[in-house]
Ligand binder design. Structure first.
Ligand code: NAD
Length: 295
């Protein structure tokens, strides 16, 4: 397949490299010279514009920061739809708002192309190892066509429903993650205050009803889970700024869907305060330090 890959950052770079390793021809575009160089080094073609990246592409993948970047890159005057061949499949792997995903899907289909939203979970480690989870929204035909490509970058692919449902699944999942990381952090801080050894709390809660991913795979205190960012002074990983972005997307979606999410709102406010206090580039599990002040 001839694949155009737009957005070759922390996630897009290794994802594109996996497609090249699988034998696809990849032409990539990014605003950054270093990202383009890395693509060329991995065996891809560094394009000088979106137009030249997508002109012969069967499939266009976007992995961009946020909704406005995806809208501009796809529907803007010099964007994908102005240059791609009709019939091409567009796969957006960025985490963006549901409304933008649905609006882009409509614009893509009006141009005679296909669209799926396919945001990911698994972080930079999963992107490099090709073990991402894809949450996919779109029509059956488009999702079927995307499947063999997504398989080269991930190991779990869930078709969630029509356009936008991949993004819906992603923000619901990350709302759980943000809330649960705060819950686990508060519990460790309380354990400290009560003189309970952290490892003992881990030993109990990891085998009890407090068990969750934030505890057993990404523990916010050093020691119990050697691979968690707590063991390297909270170097990311997944930054607090990204968590705040996803929690804000969840809040915007909850408002639009008239759904009460009081803990989601509280988690967004707590991460906003952490980011405002300078935590933006810290791993999101560093929230434990922000919460840690003893009363
Ligand atoms: P990043 O900032 O490292 O990469 C984004 C890239 O897009 C940058 O290299 C930037 O130069 C490029 N870019 C911006 N505008 C562009 C344009 N108009 N044309 C071409 N390139 C453009 O971000 P990332 O960590 O790779 O994240 C990308 C997306 O994946 C985000 O939506 C993020 O929420 C999501 N995500 C990230 C992680 C993670 O752990 N990093 C995990 C899951 C999902």
């Amino acid at each position: 397949m001839r694949i155009a890959f737009l957005g070759l950052g922390n996630m897009g770079g290794p994802m594109a490299a996996n497609l090249i390793r699988a034998g696809h021809t990849v032409s990539g575009y990014d605003l950054g010279a270093a990202q383009l160089q890395a693509l060329a080094h991995a065996g891809g073609t560094a394009a000088t514009s979106i137009a030249s990246a997508v002109k012969d592409a069967d499939v266009v993948i976007t992995m961009l920061p946020a909704g406005q970047h995806v809208r501009e890159a796809v529907t803007g005057p010099d964007g994908v739809l102005a240059h791609v061949s009709p019939g091409a499949l567009l796969i957006d792997c960025s985490t963006i708002d549901v409304a933008t995903a649905r609006a882009v899907a409509v614009a893509v289909e009006a141009r005679g192309c296909q669209f799926v939203d396919a945001p990911v979970s698994g972080g930079v480690g999963g992107a490099s190892a090709g073990t991402l989870t894809f949450m996919v929204g779109g029509a059956d035909g488009a999702v079927g066509k995307a499947h063999p490509i997504l398989e080269r970058m991930g190991k779990t692919i869930v078709h969630c429903g029509g356009p936008g449902t991949g993004q819906a699944a992603k923000i619901c999942n990350n709302m759980i993650l943000g809330i649960s990381m705060i819950a686990v952090s508060e519990a460790f801080n309380l354990a400290d205050g009560l003189g309970l050894d952290r490892q003992k709390l881990f030993d109990v809660a990891s085998k009890s009803s407090g068990q969750c991913w934030s505890l057993t795979s990404y523990c916010p205190v050093p020691g119990p889970v050697p691979t968690s960012p707590a063991n390297r002074d909270y170097a990311p990983g997944f930054t607090a700024a990204m968590m705040l972005k996803d929690l804000n997307l969840a809040q915007a979606a909850a408002t639009g869907a008239e759904t009460a999410t009081p803990l989601g709102a509280q988690a967004a406010a707590i991460y906003e305060a952490f980011v405002a206090a300078g935590g933006s580039a810290t791993d999101f599990s560093g929230i434990i330090r922000h919460l840690g002040a003893r009363k």
